[in-house]
Design a protein around this ligand. Structure first.
Ligand code: WT7
Length: 653
């Protein structure tokens, strides 16, 4: 497969960028013409950011799995589509060629149909990182069912909330999962969740750990038995359902600054074009390269850059079931060595953690196959950037620092490996088709913050010092979220109402004299813990569920490895004689309500919280205390009871 739209020089990048701004429809229409469609579009783009309404490739029909599978069969049917490395290095790895993957996706798609699944149904997937997870995702897309993948680190309650919100009627899971030296009882978690989910009629269970599970008659069935049934049916060809470009492809839940997670909705056509385009350009993928993204398919990174982007590009995508530190902190490098990985895409938190284990785990590993390194999920600090560059890339691999979000579905700001320059700790330049804009609190554009203004494409901050502002995008790209499931008004409120006419990212950013963007982090009440987004309000709600808790306030603080840690200030009126126990009980509650990923790192029991006279918690003050700042707390005169601040400062952990 060749990529006629792969940018190969800085000059070409500049001219493509310019064209994408001047003629977005011509630009994206041209790229989209390189995919397989059942029917071509009537109109490339129809949009406004007021409703908001965004439609790409209206009238077009396609099935994304034909683009990820069928169209590669003639040319590269025997090439590896997925290389799978198990948690336990002693267990044998697996390689699925495009032919095999196609066959298995069709087979499981038929099994889904046999269980009553049809176009438009919502299907929840809660599985470990095994090839069957990718197969399940693609099988849903094959029949036009909307997948909602839930990461294995979420609790039964979180799964139940997500299943109910989307009214899923089918769940795909496995008996258990291997993660490092732990086992996670996925099926049993699903059983707990389903007590609250009458919409679910069928559960398909893959065998992975062989832990005993209870199978409910009429509801639960084994994956392997379902495949056997399809075999006895003679493996009928499972044709790909014809989908409209704007039909939903998937829902993925993500946290915001208030209340419950939102179901971010992505659709078929634009998502396919954009994930493919960004994959091919950012990583500069060349046919035959082995590409390894260490994310979990439960997050957007896995959806877009393990499954859909790479497979639609006919790439070889390596999937890893385990964790970076098992059996030791050299595991990533062993995998690179073992499969001669050319492109490695991981998260700053993983880099910082592995950095801490020292170079013993890197030496004696052959990393010479690496050509490109990537990072995603949070700002990468310069120290980690240099460590990655020198010790893993041996100073010869460009690092792509890719900024994007669940809502953007694909990379929006990043250098292109070896084509546009990298700069430590900077995501650098927008991809063609992406029009970032920095605004002040009131939404006024900051001079020099607009990448696409008046034909001045870059370097608008020419005067020297970087400028800073809140990061917005002023024009749609094909993979922008279309809505939040079941609640379009919430989508409008969250992303399009803060600054009318703009998509607001929730991030702050700087822009330097060369036009490079540097993302500084969230400007709302959202935490980024190990590259995972967690809302402070969500954690507070969970803490407040504990019987002894009166009230709580959660803020982030700088954490050496996780980027941000979770600091909880809690008013507790139960038995406080054993504070360690109280803390453990609160942590257990959070793990139950949200999942282990949201466990607070620090819990400080306090007598009161700093509040304004109108009763609002002054988080700014708590954030400063959590960060270790005890002197310049800013204005505290509007506080109801300034004495609580002194008490909190003294008790700081
Ligand atoms: C938030 C999105 C994108 C997939 C993983 C996270 C932060 C993401 C970068 C980066 C600085 C980054 C932002 C963003 N973020 N990538 N390269 N540099 N910050 O997806 O859970 O939707 O979180 O992650 O704050 O808003 P997500």
């Amino acid at each position: 497969m060749s990529y006629p739209y792969q940018i190969r020089s800085m000059e070409q990048y500049l001219s493509e960028y310019k064209r994408s701004v001047e003629d977005p429809e011509g630009f994206w229409g041209g790229i989209a013409s390189h995919f397989s469609w059942h029917r071509k579009w009537d109109k490339v783009l129809d949009w406004n950011f007021t409703d908001p309404r965004v439609k790409w490739f209206s009238g077009a029909q396609l099935n994304i799995t034909e683009n990820c599978l069928d169209r590669h069969l003639a040319e590269r049917g025997d090439q590896p589509a997925i290389i799978w490395e198990p948690n336990d290095p002693e267990e044998h790895f697996r390689i699925l060629s495009y032919k095999e993957l196609h066959f298995k996706v069709c087979q499981f798609a038929q099994a889904l149909k046999n269980n009553g699944a049809k176009k438009g149904d919502r299907i929840c997937i809660y599985m470990p990182m095994v090839p069957e997870l990718a197969i399940a995702v693609l099988a849903c897309a094959r029949i036009g069912a909307i997948h909602s993948v839930v990461f294995g680190g979420f609790s039964a309650q979180s799964i139940a909330d997500r299943i109910q919100d989307a009214q899923c009627n089918l769940v795909i899971t496995s008996d258990g999962a291997h993660r490092g030296n732990k086992q996670i009882p996925l099926k049993s978690v699903i059983d707990d969740a389903l007590v609250q989910c009458p919409s679910v009629k069928k559960v398909i269970v893959l065998t992975r750990t062989r832990v005993p599970v209870s199978m409910i008659k009429g509801r639960d069935t084994w994956w392997e038995d379902e495949i056997r049934k399809v075999e006895t049916q003679g493996n009928p060809a499972c044709p790909a359902e014809t989908m409209d470009a704007e039909d939903m492809l998937f829902i993925l839940y993500t946290s915001g600054s208030t209340g419950k997670p939102k179901g971010v909705v992505h659709t078929c056509g634009g998502y396919m074009v954009y994930t493919n385009y960004s994959f091919v350009n950012v990583f500069q993928y060349q046919p035959g390269d082995v590409y390894f993204c260490t994310a979990d398919i439960g997050w957007i990174t896995g959806h877009s850059y393990i499954v859909y982007g790479p497979l639609s590009a006919g790439a070889t995508s390596l999937m890893f079931e385990g964790i970076p530190t098992y059996p030791d902190a050299g595991r990533f490098w062993d995998i690179v060595d073992k499969f001669k990985v050319n492109i490695l895409y991981t998260a700053p938190t993983a880099i910082r953690s592995l950095m801490g284990f020292g170079l013993d785990f890197v030496k004696n590993k052959d990393l010479s196959s690496l050509k490109v390194l990537g990072t995603v999920g949070e700002p990468i600090n310069e120290e980690a950037w240099h460590w990655y560059h020198e010790n893993i890339g041996k100073g010869r691999c460009p690092i792509v620092d890719t900024w994007w979000q669940t809502e953007t579905a694909g990379i929006l700001i990043s250098n292109m490996a070896g084509i546009t320059p990298h700069k430590p700790a900077h995501a650098t330049l927008p991809l063609p088709g992406v029009q970032p804009l920095l605004v002040d609190e009131k939404g006024t554009a900051i001079p020099g913050g607009d990448a696409a203004k008046d034909g001045v494409w870059f370097g608008a901050g020419k005067t020297g010092e970087p400028i800073s502002g809140n990061l917005c995008i002023k024009f749609p790209w094909p993979a922008i979220l279309r809505t939040t499931y079941g609640d379009h008004e919430r989508c409008r409120q969250t992303y399009f109402a803060t600054y009318p006419g703009l998509y607001f990212t929730g991030d702050g950013a700087l822009r330097d004299a060369e036009g490079n963007y540097r993302i500084t982090g969230r400007v709302d009440d959202v935490l980024n813990v190990s590259g995972h987004r967690i809302g402070t309000a969500e954690v507070e709600n969970a803490i407040n569920m504990h019987t002894g808790v009166v009230e709580s306030a959660v803020v982030g603080y700088p954490h050496d490895i996780k980027g941000q840690g979770i600091y909880a200030f809690v008013i507790f009126n139960g038995d406080k004689s054993d504070e360690t126990r109280v803390r453990q009980a609160i942590i257990q509650t959070v793990a139950r309500i949200i999942g282990p990923i949201a466990k607070p790192d620090k819990i400080q029991l306090v007598g009161g919280l700093p509040k304004t006279r109108s009763g609002k918690i002054m988080r700014r003050i708590l954030r400063k205390i959590a960060e270790g700042e005890t002197h310049n707390l800013g204005d505290t005169t509007t506080l109801l009871d300034p004495a609580v601040v002194e008490e909190i400062k003294t008790g700081r952990l």
